[in-house]
Design a protein around this ligand. Structure first.
Ligand code: CTP
Length: 406
């Protein structure tokens, strides 16, 4: 398990999202972590110490001056024994006290005594989050190396919409796992394209395809977890973007090409987008209206740029260019042909006969890295995130084996 052997000091401060700390404790434990909870006075208004202690299977610390706590484990030891201190939810008040070095309760004193990694997951009303005072406090903490995990956007318990929601517990666990994961791709720049493109027919209609963006996003997330500095260029998808990745949103193939070009140079580029090969010629500037008696509509299409080929053959060329080949027949032959004609280093060939891959959780991939049988590796059917992790493993092996990456 990704967090086995890790001791996480979880500080739960006040706020309606404190109830989510219960789920967070569960998920951290599921991932193998030891969770030591500290509950502030404000936090205890929203969740009971008994709930946290029961789920954490560990006593909850609340009081700086409790002799029992101090005798068992002083706040200094509490801070120093943690592999990570995670403040979730982090209220505006606690963030302010951290930024100003206050030490007037167990949580703030422990944080001031900490000399290891600290992450905060802010949670508050959007106006409080946007307030220059909060922003100045958060920036002060960031400049001192505190990790800031969130907040997320969306509907708030207070009825307002905006940025200020606690990052979901599952995502916080992913962030904690990424924090502890080895970083074999640290210092490498990676670029990933993902999702479909939407090519306008008129102001209200587009030509699109069924790509969900799952595979590309999983690859971007796996590269980021391995320490790469990742830019994800994505067409329109409904998935929330992966954490720890720079996201550029585009609609059309032309926009995707421009965004990819401006993200260069890159050490690794993975082209997972299902780019439309064609776009309607001269998209109508007004909505196309039906004419009386009209039974048919003819549209003319023109070729879109091949983003993969133009980057693989252009300058500055990424050190390793990886494409996909979606095929319904002759998988390996067609993938080899694409590899040669587009001058791509590696191809992930997938069988899309029946359209089963689009939006599905699994993917069956054949990795093609060179001519002949030696260059071909058929993978079993794996989840899209396992495909992403296996690809990153192959990348790391190649790097360790001295592959030419700048
Ligand atoms: N690709 C791209 N730009 C395009 C078309 C495809 O960057 N205009 C990339 C895809 O992201 C993928 C690879 O090219 O990595 C192969 O895409 P695929 O649809 O399998 O092949 P095509 O080149 O479009 O060839 P065909 O549809 O004729 O099989």
């Amino acid at each position: 398990m990704a967090l086995s052997g890790k001791r996480i000091l979880l500080i739960v401060s006040g706020g309606i999202a404190a109830y989510k700390a219960a789920i967070l404790v569960r998920r951290l434990k599921d991932a193998g972590a030891t969770v030591v909870p500290i509950l502030t006075k404000g936090g205890a208004q929203f969740i009971t110490p008994l709930t946290l202690a029961g789920l954490a299977e560990h006593p909850v610390y609340e009081d700086l001056f409790s002799l029992k706590d101090e005798a068992e484990m002083g706040h200094i030891r509490l801070a120093r024994e943690a592999d990570l201190i995670l403040v979730a939810p982090a209220s505006a008040d606690l963030i302010g006290r951290m930024a100003n070095g206050l030490a007037d309760d167990l949580a703030s004193t422990t944080l001031l005594a900490a000399d290891g990694p600290v992450a905060i997951a802010p949670s508050m009303n959007p106006v409080m989050w946007a307030n220059p005072a909060t922003q100045a406090n958060v920036h002060a903490l960031m400049s001192r190396g505190v990790l800031v995990w969130g907040p997320a956007d969306g509907d708030m318990a207070c009825g307002e919409i905006g940025s200020g929601r606690l990052t979901e517990p599952e995502e916080l666990v992913v962030m904690a796992e990424a924090f502890f994961a080895p970083k074999p791709l640290a210092g490498k720049r990676a670029l990933v394209t993902s999702g479909p493109t939407h090519e306008p027919v008129d102001p209200v209609r587009v030509m699109a395809n069924r790509s969900s963006g799952q595979q590309g996003q999983a690859i971007a997330a796996a590269l980021a977890t391995a320490g790469a500095d990742v830019t994800l260029v994505t067409g329109p998808v409904s998935l929330p973007p992966p954490v720890g990745v720079r996201v550029e949103r585009v609609q059309t193939a032309d926009e995707m090409l421009a965004a990819v070009q401006s993200a260069l140079p890159a050490d690794i580029a993975v082209f997972a987008a299902a780019v439309a090969d064609w776009r309607p010629k001269d998209a109508a500037s007004e909505k196309l209206k039906k004419q009386a008696g009209q039974d048919e509509l003819e549209l003319r299409f023109v070729r879109n740029p091949d983003i993969l080929a133009s980057i693989a053959q252009g300058e500055p060329r990424p050190g390793l260019v990886i494409g996909f080949a979606a095929e319904t027949e002759n998988l390996v032959e067609n993938a080899q042909a694409k590899r040669r004609s587009k001058q791509v280093d590696w191809i992930l060939a997938n069988d899309v006969s029946g359209g089963a891959v689009f939006g599905a959780p699994d993917n069956a991939i054949t990795l093609v890295r060179g001519e002949g049988a030696d260059g071909v590796e058929a993978w079993p059917e794996l989840s899209k995130s396992q495909v992403a992790k296996r690809l990153v493993n192959r990348l790391v092996e190649a790097l360790e084996g001295g592959a030419k990456l700048p």
